[in-house]
Design a binder for this molecule. Structure first.
Ligand code: SF4
Ligand code: SF4
Length: 371
């Protein structure tokens, strides 16, 4: 059976602005019925790496906070800290970055609680008994919350093709150990031709995995030491480091989906998801800059099915003309595959197929226009 995915475009009137439309979307997924009085409601989002500007704007989050309070829930904003040494590597720097990006209590009306503690090690092991993992390591405060609202910026992603709800839940709710589990075996590679031997990547690699090989002293990544954190991809000024799309990277998508199963375990009826197809950048908000969007802005989606909402988002993105001024290198025509246009060897369908296989949701959806 097809899952409903509610869609609002960005057209507004004097009587109905985008915040009104956001409220209508959350009414459609019946958010009110999911929240009992005084329940703790986790708003899982990405605050953006320092320097990034494409994360979801705080006033949208404020609107969701207001609604949760209206439904007598207690909202908090949450995420987990990163594996790499960026501006969200521990709870203190993470909260500082979030506040600098506008997610202050005075703006959004809810506190920030980093789900995996000050050093990324607070977790609850959730039993899932899936083909890859028997249990997954999820940020403790996400497991302990009563309701979860996934708020995702839909965009391209260098490891999994696109990032939406499944990625926000699966990778975004895992603690440090969980992220390491998912990233293990996915060491990136250096393209020696474009490497200038500047040394930046080795200085930033917290796993000591990068050295410089004679005779030309090009960067070299020792896959046995690499933790797969992705920091070197972000930091290399020449864009010489990339994940290669092989069986190991494809399996990361399955691992993410199994982690998403762990996040939603027991919250199947206590969750809702939003995808913002606005400022669709080539890379994720973990980058310390935001690339030119690959398409025009499309709108906001809401659903209670994490697979259907991502499938619908992919289809809406692919349906429109690509931006020739962006880094998109193919699939510009309406109907063209934008994510393979960004990452030609990516098999982004894996996360959707696997989500369906594990009965997390369905790729069949019905768009219901709202507003
Ligand atoms: S940061 Fe990039 S250019 Fe510099 S040494 Fe590393 S791979 Fe080479
Ligand atoms: S080499 Fe591996 S561990 Fe080191 S920064 Fe790159 S991805 Fe992270």
């Amino acid at each position: 059976m097809a899952s409903p995915v509610y869609f609002s475009d960005l057209k507004t009137t004097f009587q109905r602005n985008l915040f009104d439309k956001l409220e209508m979307l959350l009414e459609k997924v019946d958010l009110k019925s999911k929240i009992l009085k005084n329940e703790l409601v986790a708003l899982k989002l990405h605050f953006g790496e320092k320097g990034n500007s494409s994360f979801i704007r705080p006033p949208f989050v404020r609107k969701i906070v207001e609604l949760v309070k209206q439904y007598q829930g207690k909202p908090f904003l949450t995420d987990t800290s990163t594996l790499y040494l960026g501006s969200r590597r521990d709870a203190v720097s993470h909260i500082q970055t979030a506040i600098e990006h506008g997610f202050d209590y005075s703006v959004v009306g809810a506190p920030i609680i980093i789900a995996d503690g000050i050093r990324g090690i607070s977790a609850v092991e959730v039993e899932i008994e899936k083909p890859i993992y028997r249990s997954v390591s999820i940020g403790a405060e996400i497991v302990r919350s009563d309701v979860i609202i996934g708020i995702s910026h839909f965009k391209g992603h260098g490891l999994v093709g696109f990032g939406g709800t499944l990625k926000n839940l699966g990778m975004g709710c895992a603690n440090r150990q969980g992220k390491l589990n998912m990233h293990s075996n996915v060491a990136p590679r250096v393209t020696p031709r474009s490497c200038t031997s500047c040394g930046t990547c080795a200085r930033w690699c917290s796993f000591g995995a990068i050295s410089y090989k004679d005779p030309d002293k090009k960067a070299y990544i020792d896959s046995k030491k690499c933790g797969g954190c992705g920091q070197c991809l972000i930091i290399c000024p020449e864009k010489s480091i990339k994940f290669s799309w092989d069986a190991k990277t494809q399996e990361v998508q399955k691992k993410i989906v199994e982690y998403a199963c762990g996040v939603l375990k027991g919250k199947e009826k206590k969750s809702a998801f939003l995808n913002f197809i606005i400022q669709v950048t080539p890379d994720c908000d973990c980058f310390n800059h935001s690339g030119t969007p690959i398409i025009k802005d499309i709108g906001i989606l809401a659903s209670t099915d994490p697979v259907a909402i991502d499938q619908a988002s992919v289809d809406l993105v692919n349906r429109v003309e690509g931006n020739h001024d962006s880094t998109l290198s193919g699939g510009h025509e309406p109907g063209g595959d934008k994510f393979r246009g960004l990452y030609p060897d990516s098999e982004w369908e894996i996360q959707l197929n696997y989500g369906e296989k594990l009965k997390l949701g369905t790729r069949k959806y019905e768009i219901v226009k709202v507003g």
